[in-house]
Write a protein that binds this ligand. Structure first.
Ligand SMILES: C=C(O[C@H]1C=CC=C(C(=O)O)[C@@H]1O)C(=O)O
Ligand SMILES: [Mg+2]
Length: 461
């Protein structure tokens, strides 16, 4: 096996009342498929795995097993709680310049005050883990780290076991590197509460016309069932192959897999620089290049979509002005084209104030008016009343942070959950005064397509 030892570290971490030893060992491996590594954990780590890849495909992350979990069910304090726990855990780690550091991966649910039952029933309002086995692929290099966080001082035996497991996982991944997966065979497909969704959109458009809110994003869900039991690597393989222009993600917790391919960045922080993207306003792709261009040009000039978009730009720009020394906003929206859909897109970037952090930005940004609405609290109340579902992690911040304050969160749209033999797909759209129920319905059909295709569902034009 071609591997190079890079680093072994031990640090005493935790708070005054809870002290741990954090053991880390990182090696560089010649070649490793991220999906094959994820799949190598099928029998042992199912329910405790994650997969992440950024839009540019320059950073891929896989986690198997949990060395540490940070979760809570708090409403107001959940972002601060995760930040505090993570800082306690990483404060004393000695940093090497070049090698990947331990990473915390997870997400915050869309709305802790939503009480609808369903697939998210026992999912906490924040769920983050440090993987026992962490794979990072960047700059064409693959790094595998072992993380052991324990209150025991003598852990050399346990660590030796983990080294054996690591070598076994790497070997299994290299042997199965080229495995391909069948498309799932769907047996049923139900649009849940379609009539209610159409009524809600109309009702919300009326509320907005009566000035009770300015914009509200309303979502709905589809349910699919399958002939055979699906596996996470099987689903992720299709998502990875079919959606190259998006953030790709999969997060398992016990019996639930949440996965998707989102075009939308919530925030990225790199060395004190913060980046966000306003993505709102949509039209389908054209069948020919000419038609595609016409649709795109129309979108760039469409008052309803520009309205939807501007709420997002104003709110993110305002948040950056409060959190940054200086920031800049692109002057006008451009097009973001992905496989099934085109969006209006405005990038925003800034230099963070010294006392600000990525999790503080996530806290202030979530939910942007691309997922929630304006005014925020009124929109959230309307969503709770109008949607007959719990969004869970759909439309919520999902991503990673490291010990130096770098990280990236996507908005987890174009996503779905898998529980047992049932998948639930989510999609929504921004409702403004001019919105019309049928065209919003059509827009959600386009937004369902990526996950529908990955799951072997029929695609209607
Ligand atoms: C809420 C979703 O999309 C948001 C992101 C981009 C465009 C949107 C729109 O045009 O309505 C939505 O605000 C979704 O995909 O479920
Ligand atoms: Mg829209």
């Amino acid at each position: 096996m071609d591997q190079k030892w890079l680093q072994t570290t031990e640090a005493e971490v935790g708070s005054k009342s809870e002290r741990f030893h954090f053991y880390i060992e990182t090696i560089e491996v010649n070649r490793l498929s991220a999906l094959a590594f994820f799949a190598a954990g099928e029998s042992q780590f199912k329910g405790k795995r994650f997969f992440w890849q950024n839009r540019e495909k320059t950073f891929t992350l896989v986690g198997l097993g949990s060395a540490y979990v940070i979760e809570n069910n708090e409403n107001d304090n959940r972002f601060d709680h995760v930040e505090k726990k993570w800082m306690e855990l990483t404060r004393n780690i000695v940093r090497e310049d070049t090698e990947p550091q331990p990473i915390l991966f997870g997400g915050f649910t869309f709305d802790p005050q939503n009480t609808e039952n369903g697939e998210w029933d026992d999912f906490p309002q924040s769920y983050f883990t440090v993987a026992t086995f962490q794979l990072v692929i960047q700059n064409d290099k693959a790094y595998v780290s072992i993380h052991l966080i324990t209150d025991q001082t003598n852990s050399s035996k346990q660590f030796e076991e983990l080294r054996k497991q690591r070598d076994h996982l790497i070997h299994a991944a290299q042997v199965k590197e080229l495995k391909t997966y069948d498309k799932p065979v769907m047996t049923s497909y139900i649009e849940r509460n379609k009539e209610q969704y159409l009524e809600s959109v109309q009702m919300v458009a009326n509320l907005i016309q009566n000035k009770q809110a300015e914009k509200v994003v309303i979502a709905r869900s589809l349910q699919m069932k399958f002939e055979d039991e699906l596996t996470s690597p099987q689903i992720l393989s299709h998502v990875i192959n079919e959606q190259p222009e998006s953030y790709l993600f999969g997060l398992e917790r016990n019996g639930l897999l949440f996965f998707g391919a989102s075009p939308e960045r919530l925030v990225k922080v790199n060395n004190g620089h913060a980046y966000s993207s306003c993505v709102a306003g949509s039209v389908k792709r054209g069948k020919t290049a000419e038609q595609d261009q016409v649709l795109g040009q129309d979108l760039l000039n469409d008052a309803k979509n520009l309205g939807e978009h501007q709420y997002v730009v104003d709110m993110i720009a305002d948040t950056f002005s409060k959190n940054c020394i200086q920031h800049k906003v692109a002057k006008k929206p451009r097009l973001l084209k992905i496989r099934d859909i085109q969006h209006l897109f405005t990038p925003i970037e800034g230099t963070l104030l010294p006392n600000k952090s990525i999790l503080q930005l996530v806290k202030d940004l979530h939910p942007t008016p691309a997922l929630g609405g304006v005014p925020r609290q009124d929109a959230l109340t309307i969503i709770r009343n109008a949607e007959s579902m719990n969004r869970g992690l759909y439309a919520a911040p999902l991503g990673w942070i490291d010990a130096e304050g770098n990280g990236e969160f996507a908005v987890a749209i174009r996503s779905a959950s898998l529980v047992d033999n049932k998948a639930i797909l989510y999609a929504g759209g921004g409702i403004v005064a001019e919105s019309e129920a049928n065209s919003e319905y059509e827009e959600t059909l386009v937004k369902f397509r990526p996950m529908l295709r990955a799951l072997g569902g029929q695609l209607h034009e």
